[in-house]
Design a protein around this ligand. Sequence first.
Ligand code: MN
Length: 255
Amino acid sequence: MRILVTNDDGIHAPGLAVLEEIARQFSDDVWVCAPSDNQTGAGHSLTLSMPVRLRKHSARRWSVTGTPTDAISIGLKQVLDSPPDLILSGVNAGANLGDDLTYSGTVSAAMEGALAGIKSIAMSQVMKQERPAWDDRFAAARHWGPRAIQPLLDAPFELRTLVSINFPCRAPEDVQGMRVVRQGFHDYDRSSVIEARDPRGQRYYWFGLDAIEHTPDHGTDLEAIADNCISITPLQLDLTHHASLAGLAQRFEGH
Ligand code: MN
């Protein structure tokens, strides 16, 4: 089994090394093609306004001066001589839950893999700013990752679908199990924008990183993580809201 590993935190990110380790438990044909720099928040963007460079670090380890989507495209078209059986993206340093998904470069790399017809799994480790008592920030993903991937290996993935996995910010022995759940939504209070002034007196802005308070809906990824469980969520690339199609079509009749 050939596995292609990527991420959005960049080729030097510790979470990528964790995922390479996990991948090697399933195969000795593991390839890496990841962004050269941190691309967190890149979403599903594709670099169209500048050239993209490909750098070889070793025979099966490559980086791309672009987005996670660029890394998958170039990995599939330029680096690998035959397509992988599996794409793993992550392990992201931070959650990709609820409405985070469309901002996420980690999930978007797996989306790109799914569009290419390859079984693709995104993996994210929920984190807090302070260092946890159990020291290894990726402990839950490192320990539980192989157990979360194993049942997916022979599961059929429908065309243009993928799976996103989040590991709770707990020591491995405190993880309460794995739950297959739908995507939830945060309360929309993420938008704390912090204004400050640079040394020349000009305003600049940072998006706030404060924890988002919410009461998660039942059966969602947010609830699973709040309950110290691993969330496993199947996603689809078809963003159509099918229930709205007929009603909306009626409004266009005769126009
Ligand atoms: Mn990231």
